[in-house]
Design a protein. Structure first.
Length: 301
């Protein structure tokens, strides 16, 4: 992997080599695209498979266990030199870790209360907002409006509104965390070598999630701790690692366009794993959210 020299990271005059973004050639872009698809599938199907764990141990308890497992496993593999990072690197890892914790806590609390497809669609408004504001406002405000219409379609099953207000608010909280995550993930990928930035961020995320996890610690069993280990690989460890690597191999705009497929994959996972059917109106809503995200990113290049 190509490397470049960053600002001193050891607290002295020794420069720490960090991974530089790879060129966005055809081969690198194709590899990044495959990694994105694998990441999205892992997130959405992992979330769907987590339904039983969330019911048993609570959304906060499940999230806490996931983050602890993910942080521990990646730290063993990466072995980040925690005492040699600069203040700027610690700040980046801290902010990214806090956004990861908030995003994951809110998302699992949301899918406990509302259908997965609706939760993912609302969640995706975060990245859409990032794309819209990053590329300028003006006529591009049409994309959030289209996405908003799609969310409304998803929230109605033809007979009435689905979900509840608490679940929807949690989904919007997850959207805020996801928007921050996208901004900070690329920064962390450029500030650290390899997966060290992700490892440090997951450690911070596990610490931030601890007070929330302790609220549901009475529901957690030894069997549950072991069972969640496998789920932690699907969400968040593997997806986060794949996305950090993908962002080094492709442009942010291409990444955003590919990630626009996530609501559709979430709806598919909800249907296949959780038997959450979708009406024609809800399918149309999913299409609108996907189209709005792709359009916002494509027109901002």
């Amino acid at each position: 992997m190509d490397q470049r020299t960053a600002t001193p990271a050891y607290g002295n005059d020794t420069a720490m080599p960090v991974a530089a973004p790879l060129t966005t050639g055809t081969s690198a872009a194709l590899t990044g695209g495959v990694l994105c698809l694998l990441s999205m599938s892992s997130v959405q199907f992992g979330s769907a498979f987590s339904a039983s764990a969330i019911a048993a141990y609570g959304p906060f308890g499940t999230t806490w266990l996931r983050l602890i497992w993910a942080a521990a496993l990646l730290a063993i593999v990466v072995r980040p030199p925690v005492l040699r990072y600069s203040r700027a690197q610690w700040q980046t890892a801290g902010l990214l870790g806090a956004s990861m914790a908030g995003m994951t806590l809110c998302f699992f609390a949301a899918i406990e209360r509302i259908p997965l497809g609706l939760a993912v669609a609302i969640d995706f408004l975060g990245p859409l907002a990032v794309a819209t504001f990053a590329f300028g406002l003006g006529w591009r405000l049409v994309w959030p409006l289209i996405a908003g219409a799609g969310v409304l379609f998803l929230a109605h099953d033809g007979h009435g509104w689905v979900g509840n207000l608490t679940g929807i608010l949690f989904a919007f909280g997850a959207a805020t965390g996801w928007g921050l995550y996208i901004i900070l993930m690329k920064k962390a990928g450029n500030a650290f070598e390899g997966l060290q930035g992700l490892s440090m961020s997951l450690i911070v995320a596990a610490i931030v999630a601890t007070p929330f996890g302790l609220l549901e610690v009475s529901r957690i069993t030894v069997e549950g701790v072991v069972a969640v280990a496998g789920l932690a690989l699907l969400v968040p460890l593997i997806p986060y690692a794949l996305e950090m690597i993908a962002l080094r191999r492709m442009s942010t705009s291409s990444f955003g366009i590919l990630m626009s497929l996530e609501p559709a994959i979430g709806a598919l996972a909800g249907f296949v794993v959780l038997s959450q059917p979708m009406t024609a109106l809800q399918i149309a809503g999913t299409v609108l959210v996907v189209a709005a995200s792709a359009g916002a990113t494509a027109t901002g290049r």
